[in-house]
Design a protein around this ligand. Structure first.
Ligand code: ZN
Length: 346
């Protein structure tokens, strides 16, 4: 029994519980996707399941029961379907071998600092990125329209740019460039909330929907408008789904991805474990459309940069061509791509 199946059992159990137990079970169900070891392997080795992050005696007892008499876990409902676990992703990447592209990303293209709703300074991300051997990271704080996430305005964005310049003077010696970027809030009409002048100073612009994410009708039109917004380079967490919380939007994905490909835009794999948006299923459609793919962890703390493995494994499973993955480009190539888009937006 794999961690993803245990996650489903934990989620089902939470539906029978209430209060603290319900919350603990829901949290453990989410956390199971972040464990690096299969709980089953841990048990075979005679180790304690409380070694797993977020597992106390209560959850450990349940996991042990299920692992002692394994039965096939039911298929998850759509709101929990199509999520890879870290243990699974690490297995997929190990099978590909150390020289495979999926084991050699050059950077991470979505993370949040204390400028918006992140829990770390830009310099902390830079240090961790150097550890990971990256050429670049993009700092993508929320834009001003997203008040709930501490979105920043144009003045703050330019203050941040000065801080990034100062950091780059130090980190460039170690081969790392911090990219000026943003996760701009996009209205359902495809409109951004920042002045074009402020966006043109950035290296990379992500655009993302954060409202009206529970519509059930086809949203193709909204996606085409966002993709056609000349200031946006990457459509971030396209569906807006969140594990066991929100299903996300639907669209004619083939049409959306083909439009993005024809405009040379990228669509994102938000590799945060609860999001995995796009996931392998939609990435297979993206692979056929030949659209560029940008991978970002959506980290809110440097320790979450490790979630990139979920994005890389999904891309590998879906058969994305490596030359279509933005994060495999050298810095110069990445910047010439975004500069070519910026020229078109004049
Ligand atoms: Zn977002």
């Amino acid at each position: 029994m794999h961690n993803a199946e245990l996650a489903e059992l934990l989620a089902l159990q939470s539906e029978q519980a209430s209060g603290n137990a319900e919350r603990a079970l829901r949290r453990a169900s989410r956390r199971a996707f972040t464990w690096h070891t299969e709980a089953a392997d841990l048990m075979t080795e005679g180790r304690d399941l409380t070694e797993l992050e977020g597992v106390g005696p209560f959850i450990s007892r349940l996991l042990k029961e299920w692992l002692d008499s394994p039965a096939a876990a039911p298929d998850p409902p759509p709101i929990r379907a199509g999520f890879l676990s870290m243990a699974q992703a690490e297995r997929v990447l190990a099978e590909r071998g150390p020289t495979h592209w999926a084991n050699n990303p050059k950077g991470d293209l979505q993370m949040h600092s204390t400028y918006s709703d992140g829990y770390a300074a830009i310099t902390d991300y830079a240090e961790q990125a150097i550890e990971l051997g990256y050429q670049y990271i993009a700092i993508t704080d929320h834009s001003k329209g997203l008040k709930i996430a501490g979105g920043i305005d144009e003045a703050t964005l330019s203050r941040q740019a000065k801080e990034i310049d100062a950091i780059n003077r130090r980190t460039s010696k170690q081969g790392l460039t911090v990219l000026k970027s943003i996760e701009m809030n996009i209205s359902p009409d495809g409109e951004g909330d920042m002045t074009p002048a402020s966006l043109k100073k950035l290296d990379l612009v992500l655009g993302a929907f954060h409202s009206k994410l529970r519509y059930k009708q086809d949203q193709t039109d909204r996606y085409l408008k966002a993709i056609r917004n000349p200031l946006v380079h990457v459509l971030a967490h396209p569906r807006g789904r969140i594990y066991n919380f929100r299903l996300g939007l639907t669209a004619d994905w083939d049409q959306v991805f083909r439009e993005a490909a024809s405009l040379d835009k990228a669509v994102e794999i938000d590799a945060f474990p609860d999001r995995q948006d796009l996931n392998t299923e939609l990435l297979a459609i993206a692979a056929a459309a030949g659209v560029r793919i940008s991978i970002g962890t959506d980290s809110h703390h440097p320790r979450q940069l490790g979630y990139i493995l979920l994005g890389l494994a999904s891309a590998a499973i879906a058969g994305i061509a490596p030359e279509r993955i933005v994060n495999l480009m050298d810095l110069d190539d990445l910047l010439s791509w975004t500069n070519s888009l910026k020229k078109l937006s004049r």
